[in-house]
Design a protein around this ligand. Structure first.
Ligand SMILES: [Zn+2]
Length: 298
């Protein structure tokens, strides 16, 4: 059955001593760092600061006046890097700003963007962006600021986190959530109820009502509840962009935020939502896109 899901808001960036630690480059340029910069201050050093913001990717007028626009950027950066958010540029904030200038940039998400487009454009990996911004999901929003790793810090993140890049990601193996006949395969089909042609994002596995549904891999339950035509549904996040989806259950045995082990019983099969009879609609998504579960099930 098709479904439209609510997206969980991707949390805003917070970071990572990693970036701060990866470089020893501190404020060398000009007068910057000689005094605290805050709202109302003007001068050549403010202009230098604004020029750096411009270089990093912010939209700012380089006028040498520390006004609300400049302060907002300072606060955004402080929030991103997990330091005190006071809108004042002291030595710690300046160190972070200089580090950003050396290694990374801020990118404001545009309508239609997704992580794979951004990663490709900046020649980095989806994982590096997710790690650096501590995103909880791969869903991003127009207007959201993202720290984009530079080559150097991107490599550092990669090696420290030991995460494979998006191109050579290790394929997680999933176990069958129930064992039964596939009554409707993944892909284009004629919908059994609406009789219209639609894309089936999962496989339907026909099994009797009440059959135990097991987690296909270990992970964190992000959704457990009514999901419209998908009925009583469960979504489990497995990290690395992977999630699994279980629809039409008669009973849910886990709740959101629960951690489940592979093989753990999470629900009982049913026919809630838009379903002709008892079956499990099982889906695997990678960064929000469905894939054919049969390519991943052991
Ligand atoms: Zn289905």
């Amino acid at each position: 059955m098709c479904l439209r899901t609510k997206c969980k808001l991707a949390s805003l960036c917070v970071l990572v001593c990693l970036l701060i630690v990866t470089t020893g480059t501190i404020l060398a340029s000009g007068n910057l760092g000689r005094r605290l910069l805050s709202n109302g201050v003007a001068g050549e050093d403010v202009a230098q600061l604004q020029k750096i913001f411009l270089d990093i990717g912010f939209t700012v007028q380089v006028d040498g006046f520390f006004g609300p626009q400049t302060e907002a950027i300072v606060r955004q950066i402080q929030e991103c890097f997990g330091i005190v958010v006071d809108g004042i540029v002291g030595s710690q904030t300046l160190k972070v700003i200089n580090d950003l200038k050396e290694n990374s940039s801020i990118y404001i998400v545009k309508p239609g963007d997704n992580l794979s487009i951004i990663a490709r454009n900046f020649q980095t990996s989806i994982n590096a962006i997710i790690t650096l911004n501590r995103l909880e999901s791969s869903i991003i929003h127009s207007g959201q600021p993202l720290v984009i790793p530079g080559r150097m810090s991107s490599n550092a993140v990669q090696s420290v986190m030991a995460q494979p890049t998006s191109n050579q990601r290790s394929k997680i193996q999933f176990r069958w959530p129930v064992v039964g006949r596939i009554s409707s395969p993944y892909g284009w089909r004629t919908h059994p109820i609406t009789k219209e042609r639609d894309f089936h994002g999962g496989i339907d596995i026909a099994v009797p009502k009440g059959t135990a549904v097991r987690a296909a891999a270990s992970g964190r339950v992000v959704t457990a509840g009514w999901m419209g035509s998908y009925g009583q549904g469960i979504v489990i996040d497995h990290g690395d962009g992977y999630s699994t989806w279980y629809g039409h259950n008669s009973r849910l045995l886990v709740k959101a935020e629960d951690y489940v082990a592979v093989g753990e019983i999470i629900a009982e099969v049913g026919s809630t939502g838009l379903a002709t009879g008892p079956h499990l609609d099982f889906r695997i998504k990678i960064y929000g896109e469905t894939v054919n579960p049969l390519d991943y099930l052991q």
